[in-house]
Design a binder for this molecule. Structure first.
Ligand code: COA
Length: 156
């Protein structure tokens, strides 16, 4: 079966699938509350993208576009994508799903910033992500990694 990345809808079924992921937290809970309170429409677009195996969600990530005026990572400042919550369910790891999601994020042609989970550094190296080389104070305990499309320079 050919795997494909799709934008996930905000609905109770998606939120049920999210419970299988380790990084289930405040963001998912607030989506749930917003749905229950009818603050968002059922099936509205979410910042999440994922891969289904049959009807089971087996990998996902969240992607947010950050406006250049808030950029602290790239020079010259520009719009970039913040990638987080990349996670592949244990039984489905090492099958190329993580890579497929990262390649999908790269296809927007914008720089990408992520805060890797512990022990995933080998994966991010393979995906050509690099440590941020800025002199500003480190993010609170974070160790951000970035990827630059061609023609975009790292900030020195
Ligand atoms: N260290 C080094 N290389 C890794 C790696 C790791 N931890 N995980 C994957 N890779 C490599 C693969 O060998 C593959 O290389 P190839 O293209 O030469 O074949 C490439 O990265 C793509 O791997 P892929 O199959 O897409 O990885 P994945 O679907 O399992 O996704 C994670 C990677 C890290 C997102 C996923 O495994 C995950 O969510 N893990 C959760 C826990 C975690 O962070 N584990 C880290 C290892 S303990």
């Amino acid at each position: 079966m050919a795997a494909k990345v799709e934008r996930l809808k905000v609905n109770f079924k998606t939120l049920e699938e999210f419970k299988k992921f380790k990084e289930y937290g405040i963001q998912e809970l607030s989506m749930f509350e917003d749905l229950e309170a009818n603050m968002v429409d059922n099936d509205s677009e979410s910042p999440f993208y994922g891969i289904y195996y049959g009807d089971k969600l087996v990998a996902r990530m969240s992607l947010y576009q950050i406006d250049a005026k808030f950029d602290r990572y790239f020079y010259p400042p520009q719009n970039y994508l913040e990638l987080w919550k990349l996670e592949v369910l244990p039984d489905y790891q090492s099958k190329g799903y993580g890579k497929l999601l990262v390649e999908f994020a790269k296809s927007f042609g914008l720089p990408i910033k992520t805060n890797p989970r512990v022990k995933s550094s080998g994966f991010w190296e393979k995906m050509n992500f690099k440590n941020v080389e800025y002199d500003m104070e480190r993010d609170r305990g974070e160790n951000p990694l970035v990827w630059y499309p061609e023609g975009v320079e790292a900030q020195h």
